[in-house]
Design a protein. Structure first.
Ligand code: GLA
Length: 702
């Protein structure tokens, strides 16, 4: 049973295969957190301890671990919910009303004691097999007066006491996103957030808290928000040696007036506990995403090898050149040809064109169909880049509809990359986007949309919204984005949607619930990518991670990396090629063809399998990644950043093999046989010579 309840004690237990989450309602009607950890079967063991005041400065509510702490009464801790009632009361006193179970979801119903028309529902959905819990919150105004909501987070978590926690997340910026950091929590609060309207490059909407864990061992608590907009994560070490973690929509420039009969549902949080370190956490999330998050119609499809012409031609798109690229790509084994920016409007640079979604006649005198048909005639699918939420002030669209962007009446409209953000909370703007994209997808045989968003929102004026909802624009922008993509997916279920925002600015579980995959970063330097991809893999699925092989020296670091290494690095996700292959030598084209074939042979293991991060690129010159399916088939990638002191032999122990089985190991075109026990305990010696050397080894159970 995934949900168990002790009726008399009002105790609730949510249980996965190996983990358990417990809370109860105490005599003061507070929803008290009791436990999150390994399974403890006997529910009678649990009871909320009596909390006694330490002093007049330490009220009991400060010491109480609640499931969802609102602002009110003697609470000074970070709160999940802050409202103002019509009489000016800015204080919530809640009490428990009851519970409901719908399938595998438990709903805890609470209400305000004096304003009993104000209801709060706490949702807990348990995925037993995956040991994943999904949490979210709903508030309802069932009264006759408005309730102003100033803050509403999705969930609060209380970590087991007596441990010191380390927070893992990423920091970064454009072309430097997903750089992992680990931070020991000290006193006070740690806040990670986005105020930009997209989940953004700076941090990512999740937390991982561990107490001395590594890849294979130790306690790890994690939660990831299904939301693409402004988020906020607050981790608080209290004066009482406890750690709390809150996650949800950012209260920055947020205000939602709930009118009578209105309700609001927060984004969901995917969370869990692993006692087997970070590796187990990542593999569970990977499987969960493949099973439940990626849009259903695309979920089980193997991702094609794509070619994208952006780095090759940038805005300088010419149909003949694109055709040449397509031919070369097809010869290499590419399955999907994607034309990036520059095909529409007066788009010869980033100064003009955004918003004018007609095919550029000078670049495509015979229309876009010429290229689409050519690509199809080569047996490849066709994909195309769009940036629907944006507009250049130079564009015809902006001249016709200067009122379609977010803005304040007297303020200068700040551009970034020469563009403004369309107010997609407006019905007509939303319709415009749906109409042009629907037409594009109907007129041409397009199977892939790369959906970009190259700047954050600023001057967030949305006067189409009622006065009391204007600060909901950040939320409503994302709501509209999801609705637009969903509508297009419904009309064109065969189309995949890639979420991109100046590279990896839109990597989050909200995006992955509507898009098929992510553009991970504009940084395609194969060495930097190892670090970016390593951090990405902590939370997000391999199958959704697009990675390209591009030209050297790479524009980010001006570094030369052998083509072999570039391929191996990009093969850690869904392979793409993004270089100017018209300029590649015969030898490079031959190698590329071989690598694409090799990737196709093993991509099932990479895209669906379990990832074991054997050696981290953050820790030394060597990094190693093993992907495995059911202990039967594995591929191992090993990378040497730079050779030092003449050391060329590196020993790697494999994981996830059957000790007693024999395996065939294919390494440098030589096949030999070893037992699983040998490969896991003694490992394989890998020879890597020189800077940026890499190997791909295949292991198969006999
Ligand atoms: C963004 C994307 C790139 C490319 C350009 C096109 O920067 O991240 O991959 O599509 O826009 O302008």
């Amino acid at each position: 049973m995934a949900i168990r309840i002790l009726q008399k004690e009002k105790l609730f237990s949510l249980e996965g295969k190996h983990t358990q989450y417990v809370f109860s309602i105490d005599e003061n009607n507070l929803v008290r957190h009791l436990y999150w950890g390994k399974k403890i079967n006997n529910l009678e063991d649990f009871s909320p301890e009596k909390i006694v005041e330490i002093s007049s400065n330490d009220p009991t509510l400060e010491l109480t671990k609640e499931e969802y702490s609102p602002q009110g009464g003697l609470r000074y801790k970070e709160s999940c919910l802050k409202v103002q009632f019509q009489d000016g009361t800015r204080d919530i006193v809640y009490s428990y009303e009851g519970y409901e179970i719908i399938h595998d979801t438990l709903i805890i119903k609470i209400k305000d004691k004096n304003y009993d028309f104000f209801k709060i529902n706490l949702y807990y959905k348990i995925y037993e097999d995956e040991d994943i819990l999904e949490r979210w919150t709903e508030i309802k105004n069932q009264g006759n007066e408005d309730v102003v909501v100033e803050n509403i987070l999705s969930a609060e978590f209380n970590l087991p006491e007596g441990e010191k926690y380390t927070l893992t997340n990423v920091h970064g910026r454009w072309a430097g996103e997903q750089v992992q950091f680990k931070q020991d929590l000290s006193y006070g609060k740690t806040v990670l957030e986005s105020r930009r309207g997209v989940s953004n490059h700076n941090h990512n909407p999740y937390f991982i808290l561990d107490s001395g864990a590594n890849e294979d061992y130790g306690d790890v608590y994690f939660a990831a928000l299904k939301y693409t907009g402004n988020f906020k994560i607050v981790i608080e070490n209290t004066p009482y040696n406890t750690t709390r973690a809150l996650i949800g929509i950012n209260d920055f420039d947020f205000m939602n007036t709930l009118e009578p009969s209105e309700s609001f549902v927060t984004p969901k949080v995917i969370c869990g506990y692993s006692f087997l370190g970070f590796g187990n956490m990542s593999r569970r999330l990977n499987n969960f995403a493949l099973k439940y998050v990626i849009p259903e119609e695309q979920r089980n499809k193997i991702r094609p090898v794509l070619y994208n012409s952006w780095e090759a031609t940038t805005f300088n798109v010419k149909v003949e050149e694109q055709k040449k690229l397509a031919k070369k790509a097809q010869e290499m084994g590419v399955e999907l040809f994607v034309i990036d920016d520059g095909w529409f409007g007066r788009r010869n640079s980033d100064k003009d064109g955004l918003g004018d979604w007609y095919v550029n006649k000078e670049k495509f005198p015979q229309g876009l169909g010429e290229l689409v048909d050519y690509v199809n005639s080569l047996g490849m699918d066709f994909g195309i880049w769009v940036e629907p939420e944006m507009v250049n002030p130079e564009s015809d669209l902006y001249k016709q509809h200067p009122d379609w962007v977010y803005s304040f009446p007297k303020r200068y409209r700040n551009t970034l990359r020469n563009q403004l953000v369309l107010n997609i909370t407006k019905r007509e703007v939303k319709d415009f986007i749906i109409t042009f994209l629907d037409k594009l997808l109907t007129d041409y045989n397009i199977k892939y949309i790369k959906w970009d968003a190259n700047r954050p929102i600023s001057e967030g004026g949305a006067y189409n919204l009622p006065k009391n909802k204007q600060r909901m624009l950040w939320y409503k922008h994302i709501e509209s984005l999801y609705q637009i993509v969903d509508e297009l997916r419904k009309k064109h279920p065969e189309v995949s949607f890639e979420a991109c925002a100046s590279g990896g600015g839109r990597i989050d579980y909200g995006a992955l619930s509507h898009f098929t995959e992510f553009w991970t970063s504009d940084n395609t330097d194969a060495l930097d990518r190892l670090m970016i991809q390593y951090s990405y893999s902590f939370i997000y699925p391999t199958k959704a991670m697009r990675a390209w092989v591009t030209d050297c020296p790479n524009f980010v670091n001006n570094r030369y990396i052998p083509l072999d290494f570039r391929f191996h690095s990009a093969m850690l996700g869904t392979l793409g090629i993004g270089g100017n292959i018209n300029k590649w030598s015969e030898e490079e084209l031959r190698l590329a063809k071989e690598k694409v074939r090799e990737y196709k042979d093993i991509r099932n293991i990479i895209q669906k399998g379990n990832l074991y991060r054997l050696k981290s690129p953050y820790e030394g010159q060597i990094s190693a990644f093993q992907y495995s399916i059911k202990s039967q088939e594995s591929v191992l990638f090993v990378f040497l950043r730079g050779q030092n002191f003449g050391v060329f032999k590196h020993n790697i122990n494999l994981k996830d093999l059957n000790e007693n089985s024999m395996y065939e190991v294919i390494y440098d075109n030589v096949t030999y046989k070893k037992s699983g026990a040998y490969l896991m305990n003694l490992g394989i010696d890998i020879i890597l010579i020189g800077d940026c050397a890499s190997k791909l080894i295949k292991i198969r159970e006999i």
